[in-house]
Design a protein around this ligand. Structure first.
Ligand code: ZN
Ligand code: ZN
Length: 373
């Protein structure tokens, strides 16, 4: 008891400490603050923290001002300090053999959290907060990062000549350069850009990453219930904005929209109902057309498919001759069978060109429906 008491006295007599640091380091020992005369601590600079606690109100003000733009109920706070502060804290603790007291960083975080929490009526949580605040005491600045928002939905493509995905800028390969205005992508309307712009405007997010359930050609229409997708919205400011189930973006229509908590992991199995127009080099014979029926329920193998998720099948096939060198196909097949490769000579076995002993070309294919299994 006696040695602990003298330690505390020595510490406070030999080093100028602010009330926060002395309270923190001495509170575990039997000395109460009032028993030791803290000499004008408010005027002198604290040996450990250089009066960092005096900047908490300013830091809190900065943070709260920035938080004004954000929707959130929970937050987590990270603190960046000059290493020298922590070094001096450790030095004092080891010199005076002080153990089991609150660390300086933790002490600052706790006090700052209280101020933020009180002023914004929100809660600090460690696990999965809506917003992460990084307070940098080196320059009294802060950075905010919000939890991504995941939205599920489907889209219909009502007109042709719109690519599904944005393509990378050819000059910089997506890194960003003068040609692409540092966006890394070729400008122009795509399904991806329409969906991204909609979410960026609505939730004020920085970026949208879309996970597509299958893909289509630039010329394809997407009809029926539409193609499902998951959109991960990066750093949304207004996460609580109301999201209606449907939204008409002119050439693209969105439906079944809903915020979900997490994006499902792994591969989503689906079937596509596709309508295809095929052109042939040689005139079509009925014998060869009839052969198309043999494609039903046999494995469609892709020699270049490295993923080999599962064996893909065609479940239904209907054809109609349109002319001497043209026919129409309606198929229901597993998602992920590349339609052009199915028609043309390709790495797919079987493919329709080989089967019909004719050079077939896929003129156009539309998605009549996409069914999630
Ligand atoms: Zn201090
Ligand atoms: Zn570029």
């Amino acid at each position: 008891m006696k040695s602990q008491l003298s330690t505390s006295v020595k510490l406070i007599q030999n080093y100028d400490l602010c009330e926060h640091c002395s309270g923190r380091l001495v509170s575990k020992t039997p000395v109460k603050k009032h028993q030791v005369k803290i000499s004008n601590s408010s005027k002198k600079k604290c040996y450990i923290c250089k009066n960092i606690f005096d900047t908490l109100d300013l830091m809190a003000l900065n943070i709260i001002e920035k938080l004004n733009d954000f929707h959130f109920k929970t937050f987590h706070l990270g603190i960046i300090l000059k290493p020298s502060l922590l070094e001096r804290d450790d030095f004092i603790k080891s010199k005076f053999k002080i153990q089991g007291v609150e660390n300086l960083k933790f002490s600052i975080a706790r006090q700052l959290e209280k101020k933020i929490s009180r002023r914004t009526h929100t809660t600090r949580i460690y696990d999965d907060p809506d917003i992460f605040i990084e307070a940098n005491f080196k320059d009294i600045s802060c950075k905010l990062r919000t939890k991504p928002l995941v939205v599920y939905g489907r889209y219909n493509k009502k007109i042709r000549n719109i690519s599904q995905k944005q393509s990378s800028c050819r000059s910089c390969n997506g890194i960003g350069c003068h040609n692409c205005e540092f966006k890394g992508i070729v400008s122009g309307k795509t399904v991806e850009s329409s969906i991204s712009d909609f979410f960026i405007n609505k939730f004020e997010c920085n970026q949208v990453k879309i996970n597509w359930i299958g893909g289509e050609d630039q010329l394809s229409l997407v009809m029926g219930n539409g193609r499902p997708f998951f959109a991960k919205l990066i750093n949304p400011k207004k996460r609580n904005k109301l999201l209606r189930k449907t939204c008409d973006l002119k050439d693209i229509a969105l439906s079944e929209l809903q915020k979900i908590s997490v994006q499902p992991k792994g591969f989503v199995r689906f079937k596509s109902e596709v309508s295809i127009t095929v052109e042939t080099k040689k005139p079509i014979s009925s014998t060869h057309l009839r052969k198309l029926k043999t494609l039903v329920n046999i494995p469609i193998l892709n020699s270049t498919d490295e993923k080999k998720n599962f064996t893909k099948y065609i479940y239904q096939i209907n054809y109609k001759k349109l002319g001497k060198n043209q026919f129409h196909l309606d198929i229901i097949a597993d998602g992920g069978i590349p339609i052009k490769s199915l028609i043309e000579k390709s790495d797919l076995t079987p493919n329709i060109s080989d089967l019909m002993k004719n050079t077939c070309r896929c003129q156009q294919f539309d998605f009549k429906n996409i069914l999630v299994c």
